[in-house]
Design a protein around this ligand. Structure first.
Ligand code: DSN
Length: 419
């Protein structure tokens, strides 16, 4: 192919992707979502071409008066949504938010306590992730597999034994609110800072349907802005204590963020406004949908975790799919039916088996954003069961998925495009 043909092929790939993932698939990746039409429109502006090192009103470049207005609007609305005294939207991803917190509160060689990856933590919490890059000595808090939550007695013991500088809660398998008040007490006994990876549940926190980390003892929250919180891909950090923010600021700029990808900011401002206006209804429905989906999958004989706890209080459903064919087969076969989700390590899996783990993680945020309700989730469960349990040919199930998805093409819980 010559370069013009390559460009043509790229255009073709993009338009096929947009049609497929945007209109034809049931998207159940728990870390994904879509922006509202207005946020999406304001994502593509001249902000993309500009540089803005520093903070609103204190920049190292000229030409940023409108950027400052938009970034300040994000900060003000974000503080209101999360009840925070400070909020910073410059981290360009959730993972970078975590690295900034690790760098702000623990020095290389110091001790750090967080859940392990199979116990639900993001890879940034591992020795081979951001925690290792920061040179921290990592100790992991175990999960109580029955409860699918941190084992607080063992976690407390680990904190008291290891006396870390920093303890982190939250994660990427996140079915139930973490025991933050108890972690706060343990952290206080050893003088540790308590942070929280709120990436997955940020939209549920904004909609007041999960837990309120800052009121339950967390010092600082790091998060991404595009999972249950349906904003543009990026990160944020917030908390209530000036002294903490004084430590965080230099780790953002000049240490780890130079320019902060300004085109995100107008879309983020719109999303924050929409979450203030519609976040509670949206978040309630996300959780109801996850519970309905979990219940229906369980009735079809699929091993959904935490049945004794009502399956979930978040957007996530976790299933052990070993008897259906394993995590890899279950995820790949569903893609053939246009149902998109991801295989996932479960607490008992060895991290080395990540290419074929026991589990599947399902999230309801995006499809809720497109207006699906509990009865639709029951239908989604039936489509999944036809592939996993009945072993129906995915291509045949896909025909029904296409038909079903065509009824959910407009994003809800958002302002109509006002221009
Ligand atoms: N990779 C994301 C997830 O799927 O949980 C977190 O960044």
């Amino acid at each position: 192919m010559n370069v013009k043909e390559i460009v043509g092929a790229v255009e073709d790939s993009v338009s096929r992707h947009d049609e497929w993932r945007g209109k034809e698939c049931i998207n159940l990746i728990a870390s994904e979502n879509v922006m509202s039409p207005l946020a999406w429109k304001l994502y593509n502006t001249d902000f993309e071409h500009r540089y803005a090192e520093g903070m609103p009103g204190k920049r190292y470049y000229q030409g940023l008066s409108y950027v400052d207005e938009v970034e300040s609007a994000c900060i003000e609305m974000g503080k209101k949504l999360f009840g925070a005294e400070f909020l910073d939207v410059r981290p360009i991803s959730g993972c970078l938010s975590i690295l900034i917190l690790l760098s702000s509160f623990a020095k290389p060689g110091e001790k750090y306590v967080a859940p392990s990856v199979p116990a639900g933590a993001h890879i940034s919490q591992a020795e081979f992730g951001a925690a290792g890059v920061r040179g921290l000595e990592v100790r992991h808090m175990p999960l109580n597999e029955e409860e699918m939550n941190l084992d607080i007695d063992k976690s407390r013991k680990i904190i008291l034994e290891h006396k870390p500088k920093l303890v982190n809660a939250g994660g990427t398998i996140f079915l139930f609110p973490h025991p933050l008040r108890e972690l706060r007490e343990a952290a206080d006994e050893v003088g540790a800072v308590l942070t929280y990876d709120g990436s997955h549940v940020l939209g549920l926190i904004a909609g007041k349907q999960f837990q309120d980390p800052l009121r339950e003892g967390v010092d600082v929250v790091g998060a991404s802005a595009h999972k249950t919180f349906p904003g543009p891909q990026g990160g944020m950090i917030f908390g209530n204590c000036d002294e903490h923010y004084r430590k965080i600021k230099p780790k953002i700029f000049p240490a780890l963020v130079s320019n902060h990808h300004l085109h995100r900011l107008p879309a983020l401002a719109v999303t924050m406004a929409e979450m203030i206006e519609f976040g509670e209804d949206y978040a309630k429905q996300v959780v109801k949908n996850a519970q309905a989906l979990a219940g229906a999958l369980c009735e079809y004989g699929i091993d959904v975790l935490a049945e004794n706890k009502g399956f979930t209080k978040s957007h996530q459903v976790i299933a052990d799919v070993r008897k259906c064919g394993g995590g890899a087969w279950c995820a790949e076969s569903l893609e053939g039916a246009n149902v998109i989700l991801n295989k996932n390590l479960l607490p008992w899996d060895d991290v080395k088996n990540s290419s074929n783990p026991s589990g599947i993680r399902i999230g309801t945020a995006e499809m809720t954003h497109f207006g699906m309700k509990e009865s639709d989730m029951k239908h989604v469960a039936e489509l999944i069961k036809r592939v996993w349990v009945d072993k129906e040919e995915p291509g045949r199930v896909k025909e029904d998925v296409l038909e079903f998805r065509s009824g959910f093409l407009d994003v809800k819980y958002c302002f109509d495009d006002m221009k």
